[in-house]
Design a protein around this ligand. Structure first.
Ligand code: CTP
Ligand code: CA
Length: 230
């Protein structure tokens, strides 16, 4: 059988991926989370492995089978996800932050189930650490790819995140279109990066299966990493 052109492109490379939502405990029986299915991150893990990489997948709670030959580490909260990433990131050539990390967590986790009393209550939240920005600003970061989930001004916010978080590349996702993203099997994104002259470059990946989108992201990342043009 003939190998497709992308096969073996990531041979000998270690790819670290975050996927799925995080879950932030309120009390022993409740949490704050989001609708991320994990499908995009799991597709990235499966395709990276097919392209020859050694893949570690740090997954928040999601009901998906582990792709063949992928090392999966299950976590719940953003803080656990950060710890799992930091324990493994020095060995990685590529870091892809696909997880929908909860931006905030409850300031305090109640030891026992909170009972209802008043007609309203306020839940105080505190900012979670930014896993992607933490990795990208480390002293010797891997080739770091972020995602930007936006409902409006998608390209503008994505380019801002690319620069502010000092990423090698960003995949911008329009989550206002419910036929793509989150729970869907398809996606459409735009890739943005700064070349070695600091000129903004982009490449649209038109609506396709999450497997095909994953392949497009990984091929572009491998190309930039190899040519050093970022
Ligand atoms: N991310 C992360 N850790 C966080 C928040 C986000 O690693 N605590 C990563 C996501 O995995 C994604 C990227 O940062 O790759 C952008 O996530 P997004 O929610 O679009 O952006 P934020 O920086 O959180 O900004 P906002 O939600 O305000 O748009
Ligand atoms: Ca966010």
């Amino acid at each position: 059988q003939l190998l497709s052109p992308a096969e073996g492109v990531l041979q000998g490379k270690h790819v670290l991926i975050t996927a799925g939502p995080t879950r932030e405990a309120v009390d022993p029986v409740r949490y704050v989370s989001n609708h991320s299915s994990g499908k995009m991150g799991f597709a990235l893990a499966a395709v990276a492995q097919q392209m020859g990489a050694e893949v570690t997948l740090i997954a928040g709670p999601c009901h998906l089978p582990t792709p063949p030959q992928v090392k999966r580490i299950d976590v719940e909260s953003a803080e656990q996800m950060l710890k799992a990433v930091q324990d493994r990131v020095t060995a990685a050539d590529f870091f892809i932050a696909c997880a929908a990390v909860a931006d905030y967590r409850p300031t305090a986790v109640a030891d026992s189930k909170i009972k209802k009393s008043a007609s309203s209550m306020t839940l105080e939240l505190v900012r979670n650490p930014d896993i992607l920005a933490t990795v990208a600003s480390s002293s010797k970061p891997p080739f770091t790819v972020g995602f930007a989930a936006e409902t409006h001004a998608v390209a503008d916010y994505a380019q801002d995140k690319l620069k502010r978080k000092r990423l090698a590349m960003i995949a911008a996702n329009d989550v206002s279109d419910t036929s793509i993203g989150f729970n869907s099997d398809e996606n459409a994104i735009s890739l943005f990066w700064l070349d070695s002259q600091q000129q903004l470059q982009s490449k649209p990946l038109d609506k396709a299966s999450k497997q095909q989108i994953a392949r497009g992201i990984l091929e572009q990342a491998a190309r930039l990493h190899t040519s050093n043009d970022y």
